[in-house]
Design a protein around this ligand. Sequence first.
Ligand code: UD1
Length: 361
Amino acid sequence: NAVWHVTGARPNFPKAAPVVAALNERGISQGLVHTGQHYDDNMSTVFFEQLKLPRPDINLGVGSGSHAQQTATIMTGLEELFLKEQPKLVVVYGDVNSTVAAALVASKLHIPVAHVEAGLRSFDMTMPEEVNRIVTDRLSNLLLATSPDAIAHLAHEGVAADRIHLVGNPMIDTLLSFVKDSGEAPHVEGFEIPDGPFAVATLHRPANVDDPGDLNVLKDALHATADQLPVVMPVHPRGKARMTEIGLFDHDNMHAVEPLGYLEFLGLVRRSALVVTDSGGIQEETTVLGVPCLTLRPNTERPVTITHGTNQLVTAPALAGIVKETLAAGRPTTWKVPPLWDGQAGPRIAEVIDNFLAAQG
Ligand code: UD1
């Protein structure tokens, strides 16, 4: 196979699906690696099925571990694979440990790397994802950017302009292709979708869920939100035990449910009055759906979701008040979608890759 894609964690899957499909259209031979960073059925298998991703050619089965363990295990597995398969290009996605591990291995074997979602910066080096983004971009030959701010960051870091391509957002390709036909309300085990307004909440960042003190402040904020409307919270495995222990779900209006499939989550967010999250991708999805997004973080690597979309950064103590204002204002009737978030990022990326392969000979 000429092109090998490396995926591993849940947010990679909706980004890879349209790229794989568009390269297929062009008849480019490709292989797909699943590192096994995420391995629960509801964090992985369900996405492959719903997004119609091909079965991975190989699953490295690395599982969880410390950052060093996880990254090193992925690297060892990929090195063996790449030596055997001799890819002409390795495509990596986003900012997870699987992304940076693949970029390191490929570049040391002198295999070119394409980074989908290049150039995003939170300028917060305490985030593991920021480290992954910077290192991956530094090692990549093709930097495929979702937004103009990303281009500016890469230019500022000295990346040659001919390596950088503004291609739009492939995750939004996936979103738009499913929004068309997800008319029926989804079935969510453990949550009856109410007729009135409800909120969707997700939390998984180390900065929010690893420290019991911070988590207590978040608990108060979420309970003050749940005093105003039902809150459904699909719970990421990270921090689940801690959140349960401190009583975060002990409120009649807080509904903890298992992690959801892509379609179920999309169906829920579309119908919600607002979303409270610390995820990166959800800031982008709510931007396109026009659903108010309150991001529980001090910064975002996705500023277009604020300048164009419906996102705002909030602190836990301010959350309940902002929820009140947001409910009073209602769902926005007009909002801007960032340039090239139009459902055609996959084909644009495939064209860039096709031209790159042709130039390599
Ligand atoms: C990873 C990404 C993060 C992304 C998130 C989306 C990195 C550094 N972080 O964080 O950027 O937003 O995925 O979900 O790559 N676990 C399970 N089952 C699974 C996967 C994880 O139980 O299928 C549990 C394990 O206890 C594991 C913990 O979740 O130790 C954290 O998993 P890990 O892959 O290390 O990072 P995430 O927090 O999922």
